[in-house]
Design a protein around this ligand. Structure first.
Ligand SMILES: [Zn+2]
Ligand SMILES: [Zn+2]
Ligand SMILES: [Zn+2]
Length: 346
C-alpha cells in the first residue's frame, strides 16, 4: 500500500472517510490511486450524494454504497454513468442491510476487497466485472444458517466457482472467525487472506493456461484434475500429511493442488503489498517492483521476522506465522511468471 495524504499534508488510511487533522471529507480516487479531499454541495456540510469537487475543481461523487450504507470510501468520477464506484460494481450479493450487525460486516468485507483490488491494480492485472464481461469477476457476500435463523436451512461456504468469489459474511465477524480458526487449527485467518486466496482461483481460470504452463503447474503443485471433493474430505477427516511443512506454505495448501496454487497466490499478494507498504514508510530501501522474486523473498524473510518480533513486543501473536521453504519459493516464482503473463494483454 502506498502512503496516502489529505490536502493538508496529514497522512490518512486507505479506508479513511475524513481527515482527523483538518476535518476534510475524503474519498479514494481509484483511477489515480490517491486520496482526494473534497467539498460537497454548498460546503463540507453538503449531502454525500451531491456533486463534490477537489480544491482544484475536479468533480466527483461519493459511491452510492457510501451514500446509502456508509460502507465505502471510493469515488465515482462526475461524468460516470455508474452510481457505484469501480470496486462496488463487482458485487453481486451483499449482506441484507435490514438485519442487525450486517452493516459492520459489509464494511469489513469491503475493506478487504478494496485492499485486494488495490494490489491487483498495482500489479496491472486485468480486473473487469462479470456484469460487463462474461469472463469477469463477481463477488457474493452471503449468510447462512450459522449466522441467521432466517437462513436456517442454508449452508454457504467461502470459495470460488465460475467467476464468482463467495465469502460467508460470518468471516467478517471477529468472534466467529476466531472460533473457526481454532476449530480448524489454523494460525492465520483473515477476510483479506480469504479474498486473496480466492482471487488466485479466478486468475488461474481467467488465464486459460497453455499446455506448457499447465505442465509446469503439475510439476510444482500436482495434478489439478484430482477429484476435489474427495481430496477436501480427506483433508478435513485426516488432517495434513505430517511433513507438510517441507512442501507447503500452509496445512490447507496440502489439501489439493488447486488449493496449493491459491494459497501460493495469496501469499504472493501478501508479500507484494507488505513490501510496498514497508518501502513507502522507508522501513526497507526497495519496494517489490525494484526487486526480482528472489530479492523479494529475501527481503520479506527479514521483514516478516522483524514484524513478528514487533507484534510480540506489543503482546500480539505473529503477524506472519508462515515459513517460506525452498519448495514454496519455487511456487512463488511460478506465481510471478503467471502474473507476468496476465499483465500482457492476450
Ligand atoms: Zn486534512
Ligand atoms: Zn463503492
Ligand atoms: Zn481455494
Amino acid at each position: 500500500m502506498k502512503r496516502l495524504f489529505c490536502r493538508c499534508g496529514n497522512q490518512v488510511f486507505f479506508d479513511s472517510q475524513q481527515c482527523l487533522h483538518c476535518g476534510a471529507r475524503l474519498g479514494f480516487d481509484s483511477d489515480q490511486l490517491i486520496m482526494r479531499a473534497l467539498t460537497c454541495g454548498d460546503g463540507d456540510s453538503g449531502r454525500l450524494g451531491e456533486h463534490c469537487e477537489t480544491v482544484d475543481g475536479e468533480p466527483f461523487r461519493h459511491c452510492g454504497n457510501r451514500v446509502d450504507f456508509d460502507v465505502c470510501n471510493w469515488l465515482v468520477p462526475q461524468h460516470s454513468d455508474q452510481r457505484l464506484c469501480f470496486a462496488c460494481q463487482f458485487n453481486r450479493t451483499v449482506p441484507n442491510q435490514s438485519l442487525p450487525g450486517n452493516q459492520q460486516r459489509w464494511r469489513v468485507l469491503e475493506e478487504g476487497k478494496k485492499r485486494l483490488f488495490f494490489t491487483l491494480m498495482r500489479l496491472g492485472l486485468p480486473l473487469v466485472s462479470g456484469w460487463r464481461d462474461p469472463g469477469g469477476l463477481l463477488l457474493d457476500f452471503v449468510e447462512d444458517g450459522r449466522s441467521r435463523e432466517e437462513y436456517a436451512e442454508t449452508f454457504a461456504s467461502t470459495g470460488y466457482l465460475g467467476g464468482v468469489i463467495t465469502i460467508n459474511t460470518l468471516e467478517a465477524d471477529s468472534v466467529a472467525r476466531a472460533a473457526a480458526r481454532e476449530q480448524l487449527n489454523e494460525r492465520y485467518r483473515t477476510v483479506l487472506g480469504h479474498l486473496r486466496h480466492e482471487s488466485g482461483h479466478y486468475y488461474w481460470a481467467h488465464l486459460n493456461p497453455d499446455a506448457a504452463l499447465r505442465s509446469e503447474f503439475t510439476d510444482l503443485f500436482g495434478d489439478e484434475r484430482e477429484d476435489y471433493a474427495s481430496a477436501l474430505s480427506r483433508h478435513y477427516a485426516q488432517g495434513p500429511p505430517p511433513n507438510w511443512r517441507e512442501r507447503y506454505i500452509s496445512a490447507y495448501a496440502s489439501a489439493h493442488p488447486s488449493e496449493d496454487w491459491a494459497e501460493t497466490w495469496g501469499h504472493y499478494l501478501h508479500i507484494y503489498d507488505a513490501l510496498e507498504t514497508a518501502a513507502a514508510h522507508d522501513v526497507i530501501p526497495w519496494g517489490p517492483d525494484a526487486l526480482d522474486m528472489d530479492g523479494r523473498i529475501a527481503q520479506w524473510r527479514e521483514l516478516s521476522l522483524a514484524l513478528n518480533e514487533l507484534n510480540r513486543s506489543v503482546g500480539h501473536g505473529d503477524a506472519y506465522p508462515f515459513v517460506i521453504n525452498s519448495e514454496v519459493e519455487r511456487k512463488l516464482a511460478f506465481a510471478d511468471r503467471v502474473i507476468a503473463r496476465l499483465q500482457t494483454p492476450q
